[in-house]
Design a protein around this ligand. Structure first.
Ligand SMILES: [Cu+2]
Length: 146
């Protein structure tokens, strides 16, 4: 009986070790696959980024809105703004969203200002540019905020 138990135990251990080993091999294989996949993805991302950059220069969307919040300029000379903007036909409904802007473009702006601007999609969010102040009594069709 004891012999059977020992044999059984040894068998179990060998099966376990074998399974471990083949798992390791597979792990190595999928690591290589993963590296290849990441390289592919990086190449595709680079291509896509180039396309996006091309698109942004040609597809600035004009919009009007109201400044809800504005930050100080950061180290990179960018200012963050929260703007409630009107609907942009075939592009965006009226909503409130965050933008960044070159700080020099956002100079003199304050909370509550009504503005016209151009919205540009970048790799990491939306930027606004060509910001112009609108008269304070300008009627804007903004989204209702909760
Ligand atoms: Cu929007």
């Amino acid at each position: 009986m004891n012999l059977f138990k020992s044999l059984g135990l040894i068998l179990c251990i060998s099966v376990f070790m074998f399974a471990c080993q083949s798992e390791n091999k597979e792990g190595q294989q999928s690591e290589n696959d993963a590296e290849a996949l990441i390289e592919d993805a990086e190449a595709m991302l680079e291509e896509a980024t180039e396309q996006v950059t091309d698109m942004t220069t040609s597809e600035a969307k004009s919009a009007r809105g109201q400044v809800k919040a504005i930050s100080e300029a950061n180290d990179e000379g960018m200012t963050m703004l929260t703007v409630s903007h009107e609907a942009i036909p075939d592009f965006m409904k009226a909503m409130q969203m965050d933008f960044k802007a070159e700080s020099q473009d956002a100079q003199g702006l304050k909370e509550g200002d009504k503005i016209s601007f151009e919205m540009v999609k970048t790799e990491n969010g939306f930027r606004i540019q060509n910001i112009e102040k609108l008269p304070a009594d300008t009627d804007l069709e903004l989204a209702d905020m909760m």
